[in-house]
Design a protein around this ligand. Structure first.
Ligand code: GLN
Length: 490
């Protein structure tokens, strides 16, 4: 062995895959190494379920494939999944008491796509209950700590994924993004994440939150690693997800190194207003300067309905959630109240016991905006403005190739600091517009702000422009090393 086991967790997905292919390290020892790290760092709160036997069996299968020369590009590389993806070998809770101990009879398409590449599943990662939240504090299984400062949130809802990657407990993780849940935790934990165009990755087996917005994506330390995973995650799944796009899977690593000379980066005025914290602004401004050095030109643009994305999203997402979550009725799966007098009472007690406060709040808001008499005033209005927000982006993309700005108005806040739900909704302002439009977006680390906390920059592309986004991110990461800095003690 030429490689020290103690260094394994510092390797990127690309490096680790190469070491595995060259048989410098086995998939089995790699899996054992990461499982030991997961156990040793349990206090971070990232993993909700491990199944050592299943993980090691997958690793052994990967070793066989590698030894036989049949292993594909990611063979033997560990990955951990947000607990919103259903899995046969691991419990799936979606961060909810409602699904405590639930085991799915099948794997989500994203999970099986990565397994088909020989990736080894380490376990399931904590998240906000049904992916509703921005701080991972809505999980029924406790909060996750940010590895950069354990008194702060890792962001949400894919907080477990971001924290696990940042703390080197896994080289890569999956996340889902409905209104920012890949980009914002990636930003808060100093890692890289991409949410592809709505419909690129199958939603089959993703516990549904808001179906017209939910989208899966990879979270890793670099754009190159995200490109490797995304290439395998995406692809049409028409029989199982009617909204999956009929676009063939693509190798997103191919165009990573294309020069940025002549690239037009749109800078939306609305993303740099009063609400943006000066430390975040400074880091994003510096990153934009770096892009100019790389040959890009900055183009001032406007996304005039940015502010409206908050009320629009917080009408549409709860509306869809109220409908999606009606399946948790104590009959088909999950929790059922032990004592009740009749069927209606069973529904009521089951749902009162199984759902947390934020989920109940969203179900109530959703039911309200869909109800007769309020539908036209809220839901329909929101749908109309959603269309206008998407149109605004198309106007902007006439002037630029990608859009850049902050991911969130501040760095990660202290755990428990935003106990008012509205305050946390407002912090989603920069990720919601792209989500409502169904556009691909990513977050890359661009520096540090208050409390030495990471700052992320958001890149938004036009539909199906994931390859362009990853290229733009990768060139930046070749020229800078913000993505390579790691939290102390990891
Ligand atoms: N913070 C947003 C919400 O609570 C986004 C969550 C997400 O993208 N899953 O809905």
């Amino acid at each position: 062995m030429t490689i020290q086991s103690s260094e394994l967790h510092d390797l990127s997905v690309a490096q680790l895959a190469a070491q595995l292919r060259e048989r410098k390290v086995s998939a089995l020892e790699t899996a054992q190494h990461f499982l030991a790290r997961a156990r040793a760092n349990a206090a971070l709160g990232t993993f909700l379920d491990l199944n050592e036997e299943a993980t090691l069996a997958q690793a052994q299968a990967a070793d066989l494939a590698l030894a036989g020369g049949t292993g594909s590009a990611l063979c033997g590389v560990p990955v951990a999944h947000k607990d919103i993806f259903v899995t046969k070998d691991f419990i799936t809770t979606a961060g909810s008491k409602m699904l405590a101990g639930y085991r799915s009879p099948f794997d989500a398409t994203v999970v099986s796509n990565l397994a088909a590449q020989g990736m080894v599943t380490l376990g399931k990662l904590n998240c906000d209950e049904f992916a509703m939240g921005s701080a991972n504090e809505n999980s029924a299984y406790g909060n996750v700590q940010n590895p950069w400062d354990t008194t702060r949130t890792p962001g949400g809802s894919s907080g477990g994924s971001a924290a696990a990657v940042a703390a080197r407990l896994t080289p890569a993780a999956t996340g889902t993004d409905t209104g920012g849940s890949i980009r914002q935790p990636a930003s808060f934990c100093g890692i890289t994440g991409i949410k592809p165009t709505y419909g690129r990755a199958s939603r089959y087996g993703m516990v549904a939150y808001a179906s017209s917005l939910d989208q899966a994506g990879p979270m890793a330390r670099s754009a190159q690693d995200c490109a490797l995973l995304l290439s395998s995650m995406c692809g049409p799944d028409p029989d199982r997800d009617s909204t999956s796009l009929e676009v063939p899977a693509e190798d997103f690593t191919r165009s990573l190194t294309v020069s940025l000379s002549g690239l037009r980066i749109g800078v939306p005025a609305e993303f740099f207003g009063e609400g943006l914290a000066p430390d975040v602004r400074a880091a994003v401004d510096a990153a934009l300067k770096e892009y100019e050095k790389l040959g890009a030109t900055l183009v001032p643009i406007s996304l005039p309905r940015t502010e409206l994305s908050i009320p629009v999203y917080y009408i549409i997402a709860p509306a869809e959630a109220s409908s999606n979550l009606s399946r948790f009725d104590g009959v088909k799966f999950g929790h059922r109240a032990e004592q009740y007098v009749d069927l209606i009472d069973m529904y009521k007690k089951t749902r009162a016991q199984g759902f947390g406060d934020e989920v109940k709040r969203r179900i109530m808001i959703g039911a309200y905006v869909l109800s007769h008499g309020y539908y036209d005033a809220y839901y329909l209005q929101a749908q109309k403005i959603r269309r206008m927000i998407a149109d605004d982006f198309q106007q902007a993309f006439k002037q630029c190739d990608v859009i850049a700005g902050p991911v969130a108005p501040t760095v990660a806040w202290k755990l428990g600091e935003k106990d008012d739900p509205l305050a946390s909704y407002l912090a989603d302002i920069f990720t919601l517009p792209g989500s409502l439009a169904g556009l691909p977006g990513m977050s890359i680390p661009v520096g540090f702000g208050t409390g030495q906390m990471p700052v992320g920059m958001q890149l938004i592309g036009n539909y199906l422009q994931e390859a362009k986004l990853l290229n733009v991110a990768h060139r930046f990461q070749q020229a800078t090393d913000w993505h390579a800095v790691k939290p102390q003690g990891n």
